[in-house]
Design a binder for this molecule. Structure first.
Ligand code: 3HC
Ligand code: NAI
Length: 706
């Protein structure tokens, strides 16, 4: 018998005396208002129907429930609220069983926690990832989880936001059993039947005894608060999570729920929530480049990497880790030996940290081979070159690739700045040439700029996106120009930084101001880490085309001329005594800066940290706008993702363009115009920024998928 349907989204079906409630809200069964209403109606129907003795909740499709509908945040709330729905589920007089497959995340797990019994099958992903969105679990998660698992395990789960599998969930006590078939409804129904047969009682998580040991709870809460204050610098929601779990320990359930609600709403209101959710959606939007929709990717089963230096080795490791076989080409045997050693060094580092076994390393390296003969690339489906940053070297190499690679092979360059159209133009198959700009260390950094030259075919672009997915990288589509998206914008705000240094701010003050904004490192620390010689080479390359009228700060060159390239040479802007990783301020650098100010005829002035930040961000945002305006980036969100994943921009601020929207574009434009009074050549407002301000629009208005 089928009861009347509340909606197609939450369906009810009576199977004997068990009501099967199925949530069917593609793509991931998020708990939008219709789902919440449907669940409420289903539970009330179950309570009211004497024929129903138990309720089984399942999700249709690939997931149980992925959580609250994130798209509803920031919009006017619609009843019923999720906490009310969860409370109603828990209050049900009939047994309620959550049968979990796929994701049971955030509000999804909170629904399951409100049920009386929980079952999951292999492949289930359970977790409370709200912290990653600047939130806390706001539908009882902070109150029910500690009651079930104890404060320590609950805090670990909620503060980390990590996903756990069914086995770990069972061990922790988050679920009651693991089902062994893949038919989730059948598993749920048979579990419910068994519970009924055994006369299992309605068992409410609010009454669970996980917090009975008050001393253990107090110790865990105090430790978490201390650790969180240290680790989550600048973040709003983590300490609120600790407060909410403390309330679970100290207050009765309903009072704890009230406090959770108050704290949840504070998080919801915070700009950090908006920034983090922007990042969540932007990460998904960048995948939707036009070519990924219009073309079918080519098959990629084996990779060639040319060059075994810093980048070649990192790219090799990234591909090996993705399970792909890699052949590395180097100039001679000695260089090849070094290239292989560079690869092995990464795995040896993991072994030393206990994160990899020697056997696993050996198994991975079985997929690795090396050669000094380009002919070894004959079977590669995709070749990435990471040889010296020199157009003549790259062009000669592309001719070689043209000669040896099979038809249809994708030929990619990892160049940082050079003209990929030029590389493509010299060979017989320009449609196969693309830029794959990895970031250092390439096996770790998530960003991959996919640089699209004029003649490349759409399926090669689609293949690059597919390759990024295999490597678990975050791809951003970029156009050809000097520096693509990231390094082009970087070059501009570096100039702003150097100008501030020459005008009177010390590199150490600038670094501190930028770190206080949320960056893990300041811009001078970054130079010292990456190596000052890289920027030096780029500056020398640009020297012949540099506008002689443009301001050029020579301080970085003075350091490079002394061989002070940063960490690798023991000193740069900072001193690194005895190979230290954290630098100390260097009075000699300050003396060089003073001398340069004198040479340039500049009387140093002081900067507040706020002024430093405003100039830094205005330069970045303005060039970001130019990059969008010129079609180098598809949308502002592509610039955001580039800076979040390649340049350490604080994720909770959403990226530079999102930050600009938060501050307000008129303010940014006014700053640029004010700075232009000192240096009109450098501070030229982007036409896009001017246009948006005139129209009263913001960057986000341009973020619809193209
Ligand atoms: N709300 C709205 N849309 C969501 C969503 C959510 N919670 N989760 C995923 N989506 C959307 C994605 O934006 C994407 O949309 P698109 O196709 O238009 O780009 C689509 O669903 C598919 O998502 P993915 O591409 O990420 O699919 P995957 O299969 O790779 O991953 C997933 C599935 C693991 C569920 C992943 O989407 C995910 O981690 N989702 C977010 C989970 C989460 O953070 N939940 C907590 C929400 S906050 C909350 O619950 C508050 C509560 O405590 C009150
Ligand atoms: P590197 O100097 O560490 O390595 C280059 C390697 O290429 C050397 O091992 C050299 O022996 C080899 N090589 C040179 N010519 C060759 C040829 N014709 N055939 C085979 N091998 C050859 O340089 P790095 O830093 O790895 O840079 C490589 C490329 O990656 C450059 O284009 C650079 O701009 C780019 N890049 C560098 C980044 C970085 O942070 N180092 C970041 C992103 C891109």
């Amino acid at each position: 018998m089928t009861l009347p349907q509340a909606s197609d989204i939450v369906t009810r079906e009576l199977r004997g005396d068990i009501l099967l409630v199925t949530i069917n809200q593609p793509p991931v069964n998020a708990l939008g208002v219709d789902v919440r209403r449907g669940l409420l109606v289903a539970i009330e129907a179950a309570d009211a129907d004497a024929a129903v003795r138990a309720v089984v909740i399942v999700g249709a499709g690939r997931n149980f429930i992925a959580g609250a509908d994130i798209r509803e945040f920031g919009k006017p709330p619609q009843a019923p609220s999720l906490p009310d729905v969860c409370n109603r589920i828990e209050a049900c007089s009939k047994l309620v069983i959550a049968a979990i497959h796929g994701a049971a995340l955030g509000g999804g797990l909170e629904v399951a926690l409100a049920a009386h019994y929980r079952l999951a099958i292999a492949g289930a992903k359970l977790g409370l990832p709200e912290v990653q969105l600047g939130l806390l679990p706001g539908a009882g998660g902070t109150q029910r989880t500690p009651r079930l698992l104890g404060a320590k395990a609950a805090l670990d789960l909620i503060l980390s936001g990590r996903h756990i599998g069914a086995e770990e969930a069972l061990t922790l006590g988050l679920i009651d059993r693991i089902g062994n078939s893949t038919d989730i409804a059948a598993e749920g129904l048979s579990y419910a039947q068994e519970l009924l047969t055994n006369q299992a009682p309605v068992r409410r998580t609010r009454d669970a005894a996980g917090l009975a040991d008050k001393d253990a709870g107090r110790i865990a809460i105090d430790a978490a608060r201390k650790e969180t204050a240290k680790k989550s610098r600048g973040l709003f929601s983590p300490l609120k999570i600790v407060d909410a779990v403390e309330a679970a320990q100290d207050l009765v359930f309903d009072a704890g729920m009230q406090l959770e609600r108050t704290l949840f709403l504070q998080c919801l209101d915070s700009p950090q929530r908006a920034g983090l959710i922007h990042a969540f959606f932007a990460e998904r939007e960048v995948l939707k480049a036009p070519e990924t929709r219009s073309a079918t990717p080519r098959a990629i089963a084996s990779i060639g990497v040319v060059g075994g230096g810093t980048m070649g080795a990192g790219i090799t490791v990234a591909a090996l880790d993705a399970g792909l076989p890699v052949v590395m080409i180097e100039r001679d045997e000695a260089a090849l030996t070094r290239g292989r050693a560079n690869v092995e060094k990464v795995y040896d580092g993991l072994i030393a940290k206990g994160r990899l076994s020697a056997d696993a390393k050996a198994a991975t390296l079985l997929r690795f081979s090396g050669s000094t003969d380009y002919a070894a690339l004959a079977q590669a489906d995709l070749v990435v070159e990471a040889v010296f940053e020199d157009i003549a070297v790259k062009q000669a190499l592309f001719s070689e690739l043209d000669r040896v690679c099979k038809p249809g092979a994708v030929l990619a360059t990892n160049t940082s700045y050079l003209d990929i159209d030029l590389m493509a133009a010299g060979i017989s198959r320009p449609a196969d040439v693309i830029g794959l700009h990895f970031f250092s260390p390439a096996n770790i950094m998530k960003l991959l700029e996919i640089v699209v030259p004029a003649k490349v075919s759409a399926d090669v672009v689609a293949t690059a996106f597919e390759f990024a997915k295999k490597l678990r990288k975050v791809p951003v589509r970029a156009g050809v120009c000097d520096g693509f998206i990231g390094n082009r914008v970087l070059a501009v705000y570096r100039q702003a930084v150097d100008a501030m240094m020459e005008d009177g701010a010390s590199p150490y003050q600038i670094d501190t101001a930028i770190r206080n904004f949320g960056y893990p490192m300041g811009p001078f620390q970054v130079v010292d880490l990456a190596g000052g010689d890289i920027g030096w080479a780029a500056r020398k390359r640009r020297a012949p085309t540099r506008n002689p009228e443009a301001r050029y700060v020579q301080i970085p060159d003075r350091l490079c001329e002394r061989g002070w390239f940063g960490q690798k040479t023991g000193r740069g802007y900072y001193l690194y005594p005895d190979g230290a990783r954290t630098g100390v301020a260097d009075p000699e650098v300050e003396a060089i800066i003073d001398a340069e100010r004198l040479r340039a005829g500049i009387a140093p002035r002081s900067f507040t940290d706020e002024e430093i930040l405003r100039r830094y961000m205005a330069a970045m945002i303005n060039e970001g706008a130019n990059v969008v305006h010129q079609g180098i980036a598809l949308r502002p969100l592509d610039v955001d993702i580039t800076f979040l994943h390649g340049y350490g921009f604080p994720r909770y601020r959403g990226g530079p363009m999102k930050y600009a929207d938060t501050v307000g574009l008129p303010t940014i434009l006014a700053d640029i115009r004010a700075f232009a009074k000192e240096d009109p050549l450098f501070w030229q407002a982007s036409p896009l920024l001017i246009d948006l301000v005139e129209r009263g629009a913001n960057f986000d208005s341009l973020n619809q998928s193209k």
